[in-house]
Unconditional design. Structure first.
Length: 202
């Protein structure tokens, strides 16, 4: 019975991922089946390093469950730069693409399940299937646009505006992870974040 439930959850997640990919760029059944075969499920306990600074990222991840963050350490302080969560991509892309040592860490904040695929497999599949190549290209462009939106928020908005922008996108995170990580992500102190959380309507 337990194995059946696991199988049903797996099939349901894969169906949702296929729908999500199709919204980015439709995949033919042959392409999707080839890609699906290369996805391997890995599980991590909370506060576990997925990739550490100095390592070369070998995998692209698709998050099945849980929340993860990318962060670096400066002056003995951890600075959060990104969160990933269910149905999003995860990993350290610049390390993966360039085959260079990562400049930061990727860790789980909660118990997490992720499907991963080696970057070499992505390259092989992209060369063989034009629709997978197009999917990856568009996904990279969307990531690039998201990065620019993040830079705009950090440089053009004040603390309250950054808080409101974040809450409109990801308010659910405040009930899932320690607020200190969100405060760091928004480039503000935990005290400022707590004050805004209780005073600002969003």
């Amino acid at each position: 019975m337990i194995l059946l439930q696991i199988l049903i959850r797996h099939l349901y997640f894969m169906e949702n991922i296929k729908k999500q990919f199709d919204l980015i760029h439709p995949l033919k059944d042959e392409s999707w089946n080839a890609l699906k075969k290369e996805l391997n499920l890995v599980r991590y306990k909370r506060k576990t390093a997925i990739t550490s600074k100095g390592e070369i990222e070998r995998y692209l991840y698709i998050v099945k469950s849980g929340i993860q963050r990318g962060f670096y350490v400066k002056d003995h302080k951890e600075i959060t730069i990104v969160f990933t969560h269910s149905h999003s991509f995860s990993g350290i892309p610049e390390s993966m693409f360039r085959k260079e040592a990562s400049k930061y860490y990727l860790e789980t904040l909660t118990e997490s399940e992720l499907y991963r695929i080696p970057y070499e497999k992505i390259q092989m599949l992209s060369e063989k299937y034009n629709d997978i190549d197009k999917l990856m290209h568009i996904s990279c462009m969307q990531g690039f646009l998201g990065l620019h939106e993040r830079l705009f928020d950090l440089q053009a908005l004040n603390a309250e505006e950054r808080f409101v922008s974040f809450m409109k996108r990801s308010a659910y995170l405040i009930n899932e992870i320690p607020h200190k990580y969100i405060a760091s992500y928004l480039h503000m102190s935990p005290a400022t974040f707590s004050k805004l959380l209780h005073q600002v309507n969003y």
